[in-house]
Design a binder for this molecule. Structure first.
Ligand code: SF4
Ligand code: FES
Length: 378
């Protein structure tokens, strides 16, 4: 048992349940249309987005609640006209700011002002290692070149750069090239992240699911590179849930370390929580972050009391918290079930067979992440 979890204080206020990170989904607007996007299928339009004043209040409340890191995300966060103001507020409040960006659209033009405002870190998505592949996945001609220019500017202005490469059946053979690419771009960190099937990625699962043998090969290659490149490039490996033995501790545990705020202001324990029916999620218009942190929806899957078997009597339950609640619901219809990514789940064999069947069938065409006209306009 992790010592901090032995606390008997109320879960919403105990030291193990103190928010550390804020995922600020500033907008769903994005120039790209990646088929593995984790945004919901029902995207928030520009006129539904929180205004600047409200985001600044959310950041202030987050800092008071103990949050230390803010992930400025989207969509493409630099489509917000107030992204510099929001970044400056993070600095003023002592919050470490991480810009999660595609590097296209307005990103490059705004980078100097963002650096000046005190941006701490840039996480840049990588759609592919060559123009044809990357532009096809992102659905925008010229996006790869724009991204390269942006990456060069990031390192030139001294900001730490992490590349995030989402792995799927269309690029799983390119991990060596991605590692070379990260080294050439001067990245300090590379995330080799197998697709997590939420939102648009779940809708495109059959087109994205890699073959088991390719996953195994990729994991071995990445583990080898992690050793060889130690001190030059840190490589994080996110294994695919459907081929895992144990699930991930999603968000570090429900309502434990993370608060996510949607572009429209809904405050959630994770980005996909609204897919679970029967929970009431408040908006930052209605309640303060502190009140929402202690609300019934955040309490719903805190700790381990809510668990069923096999989690209830499992040694790992305070390490992985039974996996992902949203994935458990999506795959079993029961948000309190053991995540089927776990090999102890009675559903694991079915999920594993599904992954094999999808990965060995001809891939259907991508359903591109597309939105209403006002969503894509900057
Ligand atoms: Fe984790 Fe539950 Fe699986 Fe145990 S049974 S490893 S607690 S998901
Ligand atoms: Fe919601 Fe994992 S994405 S708990």
């Amino acid at each position: 048992m992790q010592p901090e979890l032995a606390q008997r204080e109320p879960a919403s206020r105990g030291p193990a349940y103190r928010p550390w990170g804020l995922l600020a989904e500033l907008t769903h607007r994005c120039p790209l249309a990646c088929p593995y996007c984790s945004n919901p299928l029902a995207l928030v339009s520009k006129n539904e987005e929180l205004d600047t004043e409200t985001w600044l209040r959310v950041l202030t409340e987050a800092a008071a609640l103990g949050v230390r890191q803010v992930h400025l995300s989207g969509g493409e966060p630099t489509t917000r006209s107030d992204i510099v103001e929001i970044t400056a507020a993070c600095r003023r409040l002592g919050l470490y700011s991480n810009l999660i960006t595609s590097g296209v659209g307005a990103a490059r033009a705004k980078l100097p002002a963002l650096a000046e405002a005190g941006l701490d870190h840039v996480q840049l998505s990588l759609q592919g290692v060559n123009q044809t592949q990357a532009d096809a996945v992102g659905g925008l001609a010229g996006s790869h070149q724009a991204k390269l220019a942006f990456a060069a500017d990031v390192t030139a202005c001294g900001l730490p750069l992490t590349l995030n490469a989402v792995i799927h059946r269309g690029n799983i053979h390119d991990t060596d090239a991605m590692i070379d690419f990260a080294l050439r771009l001067g990245a300090r960190r590379l995330e080799v992240a197998h697709t997590q099937f939420y939102g648009w990625a779940l809708a495109n699962r059959a087109a994205l699911m890699p073959a088991r043998e390719d996953v195994v090969t990729t994991i071995r290659r990445v583990q080898k590179a992690q050793v060889e490149l130690k001190g030059r490039l840190a490589i994080d490996l996110v294994v695919p849930d459907y081929f895992a033995r144990y699930p991930k501790a999603c968000c570090g545990g429900w309502g434990r370390r993370l608060i996510s705020v949607t572009p429209a202001g809904k405050v959630l324990p994770c980005h996909a929580a609204e897919t679970i029916p029967g929970l009431t999620f408040f908006s930052c218009w209605e309640r303060s972050l502190a009140e929402i942190w202690a609300s019934p929806a955040f309490e719903a899957f805190r700790g381990t009391d809510w668990m069923q078997e096999p989690c209830r009597s499992c040694d790992r339950k305070e390490w992985d918290f039974g996996g992902c609640r949203c994935q458990a619901f999506a795959l079993t219809g029961d948000a309190a079930a053991t995540d089927p990514a776990c090999s102890f789940s009675p559903e694991h064999a079915r999920i594993s067979a599904l992954a094999t069947q999808e990965s060995t069938s001809a891939p259907p065409p991508y359903i591109p992440r597309r939105a209403a006209k006002d969503v894509v306009s900057a």
